[in-house]
Design a protein around this ligand. Structure first.
Ligand SMILES: [Zn+2]
Length: 254
């Protein structure tokens, strides 16, 4: 398992990004599910960027949010496969039930469309122009509440035009061109038959999974250190799949 390549369809100054496989040291960075942490993780695993315009000045915070979601989807696919599985608690009867769906079907359904952009700028009409939100925009958001946040992002991304007149239209366009993988889904409780809305966000889902694996990561380091007497640093710098293969070998010898 080598580097993975993810095209950046909407990010105007890079056409794609190569990522190293995750190492334990990268996994340990994930202490929460914030965009700040998401960017820190990507910064650590970027191997190479395919530049289009701004060579050398590219930062992962410049990646359009919808493109970044596809990066986390690609990482998820390479590490865990296609099935998104979670256990929910029914809001009506309190029973736990499983919700499974295919990540690749979700990606097929929410496709990106870079058509109509000139260097990342989209035109509504001659009086309205906008660009798409990026991680750098999101980082500025932390102190705002959710409604204010939406307006704030919109006003940052509106290059020309009156927000009170075309704000709604710009938001619609953004959702059409650059759907984020942060959505409401319908789930059906098999116990009581009630349908309910659940929220899914690929970045939160992926980072939560890594964060939950922390105790397992420590056990794997402990196992390998006990067998080979390598330093924790050495083990934490092994690619994740190799680390897991060592643990399988050690356990098969017991
Ligand atoms: Zn129920």
């Amino acid at each position: 398992m080598g580097n993975i390549f993810v095209p950046l369809q909407l990010t105007h100054n890079a056409s794609g990004i190569y990522l190293h496989p995750l190492r334990g040291a990268d996994e340990m960075l994930v202490e929460d599910v914030s965009t700040r942490t998401a960017l820190l993780l990507l910064e650590n695993i970027v191997h190479r960027v395919n530049p289009e315009v701004a060579t050398g000045t590219f930062k992962v915070a410049d990646i359009v949010t919808a493109d970044r979601d596809r990066i986390f989807a690609a990482l998820y696919l390479s590490m865990y496969g296609n099935t998104i599985q979670s256990t929910l608690t029914c809001r009506h009867c309190g029973s736990p039930f499983d919700l499974d769906f295919s990540l690749s079907s979700l990606l097929d359904h929410y496709q990106l469309s870079a058509a109509g952009s000139s260097e990342g700028v989209y035109e509504i009409d001659q009086d309205g122009r906008f660009r798409l939100p990026t991680g750098a925009d999101e980082l500025l958001l932390t102190e705002f509440s959710e409604t204010t946040a939406e307006d704030f992002l919109l006003s940052r991304c509106l290059i020309k035009g009156d927000i009170t007149k075309i704000g709604g239209l710009v938001q619609e366009k953004m959702a059409e061109i650059a759907p984020v993988l942060n959505l409401a889904m319908q789930a059906h409780c098999p116990e009581c038959g009630t349908n309910q809305e659940v929220h899914f966000d690929i970045q939160t889902f992926f980072l939560t999974r890594l964060k939950q694996e922390y105790p397992q990561l420590i056990r794997e380091v402990h196992r390998i250190a006990g067998k080979y007497h390598w330093s924790a640093d050495t083990i934490l710098n092994l690619p994740r799949h190799l680390r897991k293969q060592y643990v399988v070998l050690i356990e098969s010898e017991l």
